[in-house]
Design a protein around this ligand. Structure first.
Ligand code: ADP
Ligand code: XUL
Length: 525
């Protein structure tokens, strides 16, 4: 028992969340927003470097700088970090980090006198990291599928058809475009394993939850697939960090954090996983059948499954759950908060005004619809950006707001059918889950209650719970996942939003029309 820290290195921010397992409550939550601190220094916009041609990258050294800033802030706020028994974490999925042959040594020699950024300035063989928003790898997706013997073979093997944002196609593109830098790359890891390596002061392997977002991991054995590696890029088996069970200790925390921030020398580090797999745990989805919705930079809808049911249409993704036993089905919409913010900003609203627009407009929006493709979309696959309006006046701020939210909710219902899970309730997390009016539309479209939780940072909470579970298991006193999740991952009393029967009926009719509009548009692109 004691205190455990979960870190979430997401697209736009780094969050630290500490749980107190004796008291059964969340002790502290702190976030460092990347743009607020590093926009000018790294040239990012909402955490992302847009490099043209669909390339979306971020900066690993910025994440290291954010880690220092977060820990310093926690200290300054009076947090006694010596009480933390173990740390685990979560990273935006699919992003790849490329390290040279000085990395292992530099990590091992980290000492408290100078910040991480200074001590690690020379370890990257590629200064930036492609992230999940990158859409530049269509050719590599086709090549990877062909290389293993076809799309169906890759699907059977890894649980997923090739996706532009997945790590495998991204690695292949780098190997092809910059063979010299690829040759100088000694290690390839993910955002998750990079952040864990910073903490452990050594290279930490990839966990199966995030490994399954690469197109390179055998989904059932939870090991790299030699066939997929061979089809992806040269010498990948040697460069790619190995896979380790999510709850196997990675080692003690580096002395850097002991001297600089006052952590205890025995504090353990556990492998990081992906943000969605961590949210699965943080929302208590440790048994099959439950479904959740994350309204973050991307919107994701996901469920816990006991078998890896795959999406033959290539709409959804399948990941290994970090609970070591289950799987998760997931659909990811790129136009989540980005689309909501585009409409909000176009009409000079704040979130309160956005909520009021929803309150003052009727379900069904009097026939006005929008396809909210402010950026290229993952599901359904839309290659070119451009929002589509149908009987919708672009000057009508209120109708625009309702149109974007109804589109997101309808699309999440249409494209979740392949999961084969009856959605009887939705657990929500992510920044936009603070907005009750948005949640009402999701409740009405899905025709089910929506449960809210104490924290909107389910990924960071899931990471903290993983640290606790791993620590207990390593000490020889394991606890079942249900008992780990129960005190923390429970809906806030009185916060559940019930669907409105009249609105539910409107959406049951409207969904066909939206589906047709989507199909008509897909035919044009
Ligand atoms: P990520 O983890 O993907 O970086 P978060 O889950 O932290 O993202 O969510 C951040 C987003 O939450 C912001 O980009 C913002 O658009 C959205 N957000 C924050 N507050 C609100 C609100 N009241 N209503 C709607 N969206 C909000
Ligand atoms: C999931 C996905 C995103 C990222 C960033 O497949 O691409 O949800 O994990 O949050």
């Amino acid at each position: 028992m004691g205190k455990y820290l979960g870190l979430d290195s997401s697209t736009q921010s780094l969050t630290g969340l500490i749980i107190d397992t004796d008291a059964g409550r969340i002790d502290t939550e702190e976030t460092v927003n990347f743009d607020a601190h590093f926009k000018a220094a790294y040239g990012i916009d909402k955490g992302v470097l847009h490099l043209g041609g669909g390339q979306a990258h971020s900066a690993p050294l910025m994440w290291a700088e954010a880690l220092d800033l977060l820990l310093q802030t926690l200290r300054e706020k009076g947090c006694d970090l010596s009480q933390i028994r173990a740390i685990a974490g979560s990273g935006q999925q699919h992003g790849t980090v490329y390290l040279n042959n000085t990395a292992a040594k530099a990590l091992g020699q980290l000492r408290g006198a100078a910040p991480l950024k200074e001590q690690l300035a020379g370890i990257l063989s590629r200064p930036t990291a492609p992230i999940w928003m990158d859409t530049s790898t269509s050719a590599q997706c086709e090549e990877l599928e062909a290389g293993v013997g076809g799309r169906q073979v890759l699907l059977e093997l890894t649980g997923n058809t090739a996706f532009e944002r997945f790590s495998g196609p991204q690695i292949r593109r780098f190997a092809h475009e910059d063979p010299a830098a690829y040759r100088h790359t000694a290690y390839i890891g993910l955002v998750s394993s990079f952040m864990a390596s910073l903490l452990a002061g050594k290279l930490v392997p990839v966990d199966p939850g995030d490994g399954s977002g690469t197109n390179l991991m055998e989904i059932r054995s939870r090991q790299w697939s030699p066939k997929a590696l061979a089809a992806c890029a040269p010498e990948l088996e040697r460069k790619l960090l190995p896979i380790t069970p999510s709850d196997r200790p990675a080692g003690p925390l580096s002395p850097y954090y002991v001297s600089r921030y006052g952590f205890a020398p025995g504090c353990q580090v556990f492998p990081f996983s992906g943000d969605n797999p961590c949210s699965l745990i943080g929302l208590g989805l440790v048994e099959p059948g439950q479904v959740a919705l994350s309204l973050g930079t991307s919107d994701t809808l996901f469920a816990c499954m006991d078998q890896p049911r795959v999406s033959a249409e290539g709409e959804g993704a399948v990941f290994a759950s970090p609970d070591g036993v289950h799987y998760m089905a997931l659909i990811c919409f790129l136009n989540g908060s980005l689309a909501r913010e585009a409409v909000r900003d176009q009409h000079r609203l704040d979130w309160q005004g956005f909520g009021e627009a929803l309150r003052h407009t009727p379900p069904g929006n009097q026939g006005a619809l929008m396809l909210p493709y402010f950026a290229p979309e993952i599901v359904p696959k839309v290659a070119r950006a451009g929002a589509v309006r149908h009987h919708l006046d672009p000057q009508d701020a209120q109708a625009e707001v309702r149109a974007v939210i109804e589109a997101q909710a309808l699309s999440s219902k249409i494209h979740s059918a392949w999961m084969g899970v009856a959605i009887r309730s939705l657990c929500v997390t992510g920044g936009a889950s603070a907005n009750e009016e948005i949640l009402k539309v999701f409740a009405d479209v899905h025709g089910c209650p929506v449960h809210r939780f104490e924290t909107a940072n389910a990924a960071a909470l899931g990471a903290a719970l993983r640290a606790w579970q791993g620590h207990l298991k390593a000490a020889g006193t394991p606890k079942p996942w249900k008992e780990i999740a129960a005190p923390f991952a429970k809906p806030l009393p009185g916060s559940t939003i019930q669907p409105n029967p009249a609105a539910k009926a409107v959406y049951a009719k409207l969904i066909g029309e939206y589906r047709d509009l989507e199909k008509r548009h897909a035919g044009l692109t």
